[in-house]
Design a protein around this ligand. Structure first.
Ligand code: G6P
Ligand code: ZN
Length: 543
């Protein structure tokens, strides 16, 4: 193997965010840009000599080229073996599964999640550590430091490898195993979920639609739902991964997955509808005639988890991100188990999962998962839902209604104000913070503030502290408003306002969400002076 050392000048903008380095494809295509970042990752991995690395991505445009580059850089930096998904594909949860199962030192995942793809779309590179989860801040800091000082990268000067056949080859001393991207993941699902019960369900004529949104979950859903579980052919739609996701946003919500949403709310709805995002970690669940909010889904899965073999022994605890509704808390209280409120971002669940404090966790941003991997997992959530439907023999909408009847309903909505000026957004948040101390006891509209703070999280496992994670205002009427700025936006600032109100009266469980929350929405606007400070009379997106 000829090893090349290529001189490069450092880049100043390769600071990994919550989900690695995410930029426009055009930005990544600058000379040496990918190589520098990948070199920074690999040289920041202590003990890489002879170790195993996992590699794959969501199949978006540029995925194949970066897989080839990464293999060559890994070979030149002493890795012993790389497990790469066939075609360069691995969903994010499958990558987490493969890292854990094969004792890898970590994995490089190529994805920009639910962002659009194609030559003008987005691309991303992220590093996960040996537990299968996103690299903690110490590691991403080390990677960032390396990007700022690198003067050369090392790369094997070899032709591209054939990644479309499962099998083993080499680059110099490094073994490259092209693996079936689905096999390990499917085996893990079969160990956790009652596949026999779901097979019987489908055999009895149960109909579902799974929208893979032309993204990475297609092959997983085809193999598991239609192949292993016997769902009718055609159950999986948009099941062929495309480099540009068919020109769509691969984001599973009522806006971007509207075909599925409309079908499920129409007269010909099948028994169950679900979708997942670009890299397969997010999910959307729709019962016939009823959209299930991610917050409710977490609560419902938690309440019924023991019907699946993987959770038959009960749950250790549940965690939710702070803006996620408190529906899961009510289930935890009934089960007598711990509930943890973490800042937004999947990485905060990692320590709790590793320490065995929680079994299930979820976020309002369409993420649900468990201790089986260290990423959120879209298809897993769908399979656990199917397991529950199969074992209870109940319709999905009935499961939701029974849940509300037993626990009450947390009416929930999120208002997003996208692309507002950053200084206006900061003024708004600062203004709120200044008001916090004076709020408790104050009467606003029909509500009385019972508590108000800027969320500060102390990780119960490692003691690390995260400040200023969102302003939360709680009301005596069992209602809550949360304000935070998005950490994932690319243009200006996005203000997110999360509004929720609990209702337990049996005759008030099925009211229109907007109507139920209108008085609180008015309070949210007044309290933060949203219209005056942002110049926006209405949010840009309401979910
Ligand atoms: C990413 C993370 C999620 C997080 C979400 C929040 O998708 O993987 O864990 O919930 O970002 O996004 P936001 O735009 O609200 O900061
Ligand atoms: Zn994703």
């Amino acid at each position: 193997m000829v090893l090349k050392r290529v001189p490069t000048t450092p880049f100043s903008d390769q600071k990994p965010g919550t989900s690695g380095l995410r930029k426009k494809v055009t930005h990544f295509r600058q000379a040496h840009y990918v190589e520098t970042f990948v070199q920074a990752i690999v040289q920041s991995v202590p003990g890489r000599e002879g170790a195993t690395l996992v590699l794959g991505g969501d199949g978006r445009f540029f995925n194949r080229a970066v897989v080839q580059t990464t293999l060559k850089i890994a070979a030149a930096n002493g890795f012993g073996r790389v497990l790469v998904g066939r075609g360069g594909l691995l969903s994010t949860p499958a990558a987490s599964c493969v890292i854990r199962k094969h004792g890898a030192i970590g994995g490089i995942i190529l994805s920009a999640s639910h962002n659009p793809g194609g030559p003008d779309g987005d691309f991303g590179i992220k590093f996960n550590t040996a537990n299968g989860g996103p690299a903690p801040e110490g590691v991403t800091e080390a990677i960032f430091e390396a990007t700022k000082t690198l003067t050369e990268y090392r790369i094997a000067d070899v032709p591209d490898l054939d990644l479309d056949q499962v099998g083993t080859t080499r680059i110099g001393d490094m073994v490259v195993e092209v693996i079936d991207p689905v096999a390990d993941y499917a085996a893990l699902m079969a160990a956790l979920i009652d596949f026999d019960a779901i097979r019987r369900l489908f055999a009895s004529g149960f109909r579902m639609r799974f929208d893979a949104m032309s993204a990475v979950t297609g092959p997983y859903a085809h193999a598991i739902l239609e192949g292993m579980l016997g769902a009718a052919p055609g159950t999986v739609v948009n099941g062929e991964p495309k480099e540009d996701f068919g020109g769509h946003h691969p984001d599973p919500n009522p806006v971007h997955a509207h075909d599925l949403y409309d079908l499920m709310l129409g007269a010909d709805a099948p028994d169950f509808g679900a979708a997942s995002d670009g890299d397969g970690d997010r999910n959307m669940i729709v019962a016939p005639g009823l959209f299930v909010t991610p917050s409710d889904s977490l609560a419902i899965l938690s309440a019924h988890a023991t019907s699946a073999p993987g959770y038959a022994g009960g749950l250790a605890g549940i965690a939710r991100s702070m803006p996620t509704s408190r529906a899961a808390d009510r289930v935890a209280a009934a089960l007598g188990i711990g509930v943890y409120e973490t800042p937004t971002g999947w990485k905060f669940f990692g320590t709790l999962l590793d320490a065995g404090l929680i079994t299930l966790c979820g976020e309002e941003s369409a993420g649900t998962g468990s201790n089986h991997v260290r990423e959120k997992d879209g298809l897993w959530a769908v399979l656990l839902w199917l397991n529950i439907l199969a074992v209870t023999g109940k319709r999905a909408d009935a499961i939701v209604r029974e849940h509300w009847a037993r626990f009450g309903r947390d009416y929930y909505t999120r208002h997003d104000y996208e692309e507002i000026a950053s200084d206006a957004a900061n003024r708004l948040m600062d203004g709120l913070r200044e008001k916090l101390a004076a709020l408790p006891g104050r009467r606003i509209g029909d509500f009385t503030v019972s508590a108000a703070d800027d969320f500060r999280y102390v990780d119960p496992v490692d003691g690390s502290v995260s400040e200023r994670q969102g302003v939360r205002v709680t009301f005596a009427e069992d209602a809550r408003i949360v304000y935070r700025l998005s950490g994932t936006g690319t243009a200006g600032a996005t203000l997110r306002v999360y509004i929720e109100r609990y209702e337990a009266a049996p005759d008030r469980l099925e009211r229109p969400v907007a109507e139920m929350l209108a008085p609180l929405v008015a309070v949210a606007g007044e309290l933060a002076e949203i219209a005056a400070l942002t110049g926006r009379a209405e949010p840009s997106v309401v979910t």
